[in-house]
Design a protein around this ligand. Structure first.
Ligand code: KDG
Ligand code: MG
Length: 406
């Protein structure tokens, strides 16, 4: 079999099937193409410019099988390292190259990463409600859909909006058109409410279902320690992003007070953001995602490093990660030994039509499918009818107006 190929071209496709996605399509002289996701929620066009102006010209003529060398070329070779824009652009290239590799070798990407280590990937979904009663209804609905793990978020009494809870009856989608929306935050109200909510949720849904919760970077370490301790009786699968994680040693304080498992890392873009967290066993689940973490190549290494310290994966899987990232996460998740759980926030029907894919959900698990490569395509004709629309994530302020972490 002739495996010598060259990259002949690459283009960025920006489309908005209900929300914005940035997709990189890399072409080869063998007629095989690969897709990568470069979506960075609320900062999409920065990645487009980075790819078009700085990355694509360097790819032409290279061997698409050289995933390691091309990754190093784009990372070390740029001199300027890390950061979400850079790493999303590198991630888009890396994932597209793994897609090409799988298609050229006529095998699903998970076979190139070690083969299947399990039958499917356990996933968790999002349940939410404006109050505890409606959050409980939502958890029950998701259990009826077959989910074995459910994240529960509810409106905090006294706050006009809460992370993870939609305003109307639409599905929750944080990015909104127009300038950034402002929401209010009160740690006191939240800390009074969250343990009571989980007491009721656990009572209503029983012991079997895994319950998760996202604090979304809102607390200080000592506040998070208190929350983790108070949540212990409700046996959470994890407490996510209890604090903003720039200060890795802050997790030591949380860890010394509570046995509630901790997940973090959806905003990380390098293993260097997490290596103290992992090395010191301050977390249980690493949430770094394929796109913002620079692709399959570095995430496989991050997962292997984490495995040494009993840390499992819990890859980010919100709707701002395109179906291409979902597929990449499932292929990697199927292959590694220390897979923990995968987030599944289903895309809209329109997004699924723009990105036809082989992965599927069944009875609590997701399966990447057995198509060569990643098993995701893009309907460019449909994508072309859905132009980019500027949208931003919200910002948060404390009740006295101080800007805080959203
Ligand atoms: O773009 C930001 C979202 O992906 C994020 O707010 C979602 O926290 C999130 C989660 O856990 O899915
Ligand atoms: Mg989160």
């Amino acid at each position: 079999m002739e495996l010598s190929m060259k990259i002949t071209g690459a283009r960025v496709i920006v489309t908005c099937p209900d929300r914005n996605f940035v997709t990189l399509r890399i072409e080869t002289d063998a007629g095989i193409y690969g897709l990568g996701d470069g979506t960075l929620n609320g900062r999409e066009m920065a990645v487009v410019a980075y790819l078009e102006e700085h990355v694509i010209p360097c790819l032409i003529g290279r061997d698409p099988f050289s995933t390691e060398d091309i990754w190093q070329y784009l990372y070390r070779g740029a001199y300027w390292r890390r950061g979400p824009v850079t790493m999303s652009a590198i991630g888009a290239v890396d994932v597209a190259l793994w897609d090409i590799k799988g298609k050229a070798l006529k095998t699903p990407v998970y076979n190139l990463l070690g083969g299947a280590s399990r039958q499917g990937c356990l996933v968790y979904c999002h349940a939410n409600g404006s109050d505890t009663a409606s959050a409980i209804d939502s958890v029950k609905k998701h259990i009826d859909l077959g989910y074995l793990a459910v994240r529960a978020q509810a409106g905090v009494p006294g706050l006009s909006s809460s992370y993870g809870v939609p305003k109307g009856n639409k599905s929750y989608e944080p990015a909104e058109r127009g300038l950034p929306a402002e929401s209010l935050w009160s740690t006191e109200k939240y800390l009074r409410f969250a343990p009571r909510m989980f007491e009721e949720v656990r009572k209503a849904v029983g012991e079997e279902v895994h319950l998760l919760h996202d604090v979304h970077h809102r607390l200080t370490p000592i506040e998070a320690a208190r929350l983790g301790k108070e949540l212990e009786p409700y046996d959470l699968f994890w407490m996510e992003d209890p604090v903003p994680a720039e200060l890795q040693e802050g997790f030591a304080l949380i860890r010394s007070h509570t046995t509630t498992p901790i997940a973090t890392g959806e905003v990380f873009n390098s293993l260097h953001d997490a290596h103290e967290l992992i090395r010191n066993q301050w977390i249980d689940y690493l949430r770094m995602t394929i796109v913002h973490g620079g692709g399959i190549t570095p995430l496989k290494k991050a997962a292997d490093f984490a495995a040494v310290y009993h840390v499992k994966t819990g890859f980010h899987g919100a709707t701002d990660l395109s179906p291409v990232t979902m597929a990449a996460a499932l292929h990697l998740g199927l292959a590694i030994n220390n897979f923990g759980i995968q987030e599944h926030m289903p895309h809209t029907d329109l997004t699924d039509r723009v990105f036809p894919h082989a992965y599927r959900f069944h009875a609590g698990y997701m399966y990447p499918g057995d198509e060569p490569g990643l098993g995701v395509d893009i309907d460019e004709a449909l994508a072309g009818t859905l132009p980019y629309q500027r949208a931003y994530l919200p910002v948060a302020r404390k009740l006295d107006g101080t800007l805080t972490d959203w």
